[in-house]
Design a protein around this ligand. Structure first.
Ligand SMILES: N[C@@H](CCC(=O)N[C@@H](CS)C(=O)NCC(=O)O)C(=O)O
Length: 220
């Protein structure tokens, strides 16, 4: 029996954490249902999310399989679970040493860059002026540009993603690509090419179209 997946996500224009496992799930090719929780409508938002996960945050992935049901929460745990369940999607690099590095990229994003997240919040469908950046934000942008450039130079190859083909590392950085586009952050040409490749993914285009509809409906 094939698994039934349900991905619970937040308002697409804003929910950077939801975008990450969405891109990973789309890369597996597995069918899934989606439940969208409107963010920033407390206390309704919190109550609605807690119906799906006691952790009180989206994204959440529900897996129903062979009469069992499991809830997976937190973007990185969901991406790891999908990578394990869908080895053919190659969501981690095959080489163990390269994989170790790709995991570090994903983890650094998951736990880091607080100033970037604060000052350049995701607003997928909009284009906005770049605000006056704090030194910490500038440092974090420089670190991301350096990290992306280093991976692309060493592993990007023909695939053109950080580690060649699309991996969890790219999924974790997909919202940063959106932020850099929204605020028109100046980047070197190689990074711009990488960003264009991410933005051209069908998953990113579909997410962007949904975010645009939210903006037009006054929901974001
Ligand atoms: N570490 C979590 C962070 C998840 C998170 O902060 N999600 C936000 C939306 S992007 C959320 O659910 N906020 C709850 C709220 O707005 O009430 C992850 O990686 O999934």
């Amino acid at each position: 029996m094939t698994a039934k997946y349900t991905l619970i996500v937040g308002t697409k224009d804003w929910s950077s954490w939801s975008l990450r496992p969405y891109v990973a799930l789309r890369a597996t090719g597995a069918p899934f249902e989606e439940i969208l929780v409107k963010l920033r409508q407390q206390p309704l938002t919190g109550d609605e999310i807690k119906r799906h996960s006691k952790a009180g945050k989206v994204p959440v992935l529900k897996i129903e399989e062979n009469g069992r049901s499991v809830t997976v929460w937190d973007s990185l745990a969901i991406c790891e679970t999908l990578a394990e369940r869908h080895p053919q999607a190659r969501l981690w690099p095959h080489d163990p040493l390269v994989r170790a590095e790709a995991r570090s990229y994903a983890a650094e994003m998951h736990s880091g860059f607080p100033d970037l997240r604060d000052q350049l919040s995701m607003d997928f469908a909009r284009r906005k002026p770049l605000p006056e950046l704090r030194d910490a934000t500038k440092d974090q942008i420089a670190r991301i540009v350096e990290a992306w450039t280093s991976a692309l130079e060493r592993f990007g190859g023909d695939g053109g993603f950080l580690f060649g083909g699309l991996t969890v590392a790219d999924c974790m950085y997909a919202p940063v690509v959106s932020r850099f586009a929204t605020y028109n952050v100046p980047v070197p040409a190689t990074v711009k090419t990488y960003m264009d490749r991410i933005m051209a993914l069908a998953a990113m285009r579909d997410w962007g179209a949904a975010a645009q509809k939210e903006v037009e409906a006054g929901l974001a």
